[in-house]
Design a protein around this ligand. Sequence first.
Ligand code: GCW
Length: 665
Amino acid sequence: MMTLSEAARANDGYELWLPPANDPAANLDIATLGTGATLDIAAGELHRDLATAPLPILLATNLRPELAALKLPGAALGREGYVVRRATVAGRAVILVSGNTETGVLYGAFALIRAARTGADLTTIALQSAPKVAVRVLDHWDNLDGSVERGYAGASLWNWWELPDYKDPRYTDYARADASLGINGVVLNNVNAKPDSLTPRYIAKAAALADVFRPWGIKVYLSARFSAPIELGGLKTADPLDPAVAAWWKAKADEIYRAIPDFGGFLVKANSEGQPGPRDYHRSHAEGANMLAAALKPHGGIVMWRAFVYAESDPDDRAKQAYTEFHPLDGKFADNVLVQVKNGAIDFQPREPFHPLFGAMPRTPIMLELQITKEYLGFATHLAYLGPLFSEVLEADTYARGKGSTVAKVIDGTLDHHALSGMAGVANIGRDRDWSGSTFNQANWYAFGRLAWDPDLSPEAIAREWAQQTFGPDPRLADIAVKMMMQSREAVVDYTGPLGLAHLMGTGHHYGPGPWIKDLARPEWNPVYYHRADASGIGFDRTRTGSNAIAQYSPEVARRLADPRTTPESELLWFHHLPWDWKMNSGETLWHALVAHYDQGVASVAAMQAEWDEARPLVDPERWQKTATFLAIQHREAQWWRDASLAYWMSLNHLPLPAGSAAPA
Ligand code: GCW
């Protein structure tokens, strides 16, 4: 029996996808060979999360002599991989959970839990897996004052005031959730970084968190402010080529490693949106990154250097700027630097074509940055499952080395043979009881973690395993949840910016429609900059007759994008400016197709509402009601997006609404 408080925690989502399933009377036979903090955690998780097991469970690393005769895979598992299978050890039939390290065993334990919770037959279980991506991190945009930039799930989890003395048990719960997915790194503070995060006081606080996370296989990283040598060190400059600056960073790194021996490294946002950086001293991004990398190198740390830059370097098209600045630097970065590239060239829009830097810097390990928090997809309120968005970019073909050069192969290091590889997700986690602002938002954290482990997993399969674990084994409920999830992201695209339109939101807060906005200081902050609509047409010409951004893609891709007829319709107006009466593949006009998409977006939300109504008898009242209320908000706001957007387009094109549109005339 679950205690009352456990039941409450499960019902309001606190336990995420890991509500305890244990019946203490079940008294499972779970043993370990050897001892270790991580091994103990793995055993504890199985006790907590597994209801039954057909055989005793044995946890051990491959190093144990008792397992030698089994000829378990070794090299194939790497440092973090696992194998879970039946075996006979010392004459006893067991389910063996093993790996080369205790961390591998822990991941194996979670894989076993996942298998059991999703209906696998444990008597025949045979799992083997190793992560395809090395660095799998959550980037927390958490400020030291407890606020979270673009966070919609309450205040920061990290209670800087109480740290380092008080370690809130919630830090352990957070680590459990991360480890269950294979997330192995946490950047604690916002990329818009304050220098204070590098002071001794805050290093001690970060060290306390690192101590909590370590046995769960998770390393701590910090966002570093490039000008910290001035602000904290009293130097006159932060010029990366100044020896005093390099010495300051070296001493700082040494200090951090004394407190956190396995510190992961620095994440840096430089020369972007007002942040300081090497360009302030006429040095390149590589010179800046390499100076920091040299300070971390003796300790085994890495630098994640973001390519999200936009200064005034490419005033004709913001989408070109990162490539313009970074492409010439290929081969110039130190070997412990990852260049971190957002999925698209603008900024986490509901749909963006893949970033042209993927595949364009073969001599540099490129990591992918995704946004789990839904800055442009309705914050925490709107239901949008991001698995399909994440997979769309991972599956995109860069043609960098011919057909099949997918973004997944670029970022997992296999295309260009990099051992260092990474994937970052901007976290959607805060102090809300349900961690992510809604039950369904938890699925985005989940999907990010699973795809970082294996970018080739199917988003629908991930949705199903998340739903089964979150809501319990009833297949009817999982079916409904998966159906809702799989249409949800496209719905948001449809009601906010169909056919390749993007960046049409209210500026500043980024919530709700604002395609008419044109008075912000920098041209590329204004929605009108992106849609370029007038009486005769709509869309951003990124072909040779326009900004020619398409030339940043490999020739094969550029050729396809040069012609609106061979451009995917979902990206049409991202790359082309077309007349309102342009004939779509279906034969209807662009205007009619646009209106149909807006209507479809609203209709999809209504469909999700109807589906969720069917789930009512199958789910606890708390989670049902919150989701239902949020869907009602989403439906109202989908109409707001559609009606406001259409009214604005009609003020430009003076066309009537097509017959049959549900939008108000
Ligand atoms: O899109 C912008 C966000 C900023 C964010 C920035 C970035 C952390 O609106 O809030 O700053 O992206 O990614 O650096």
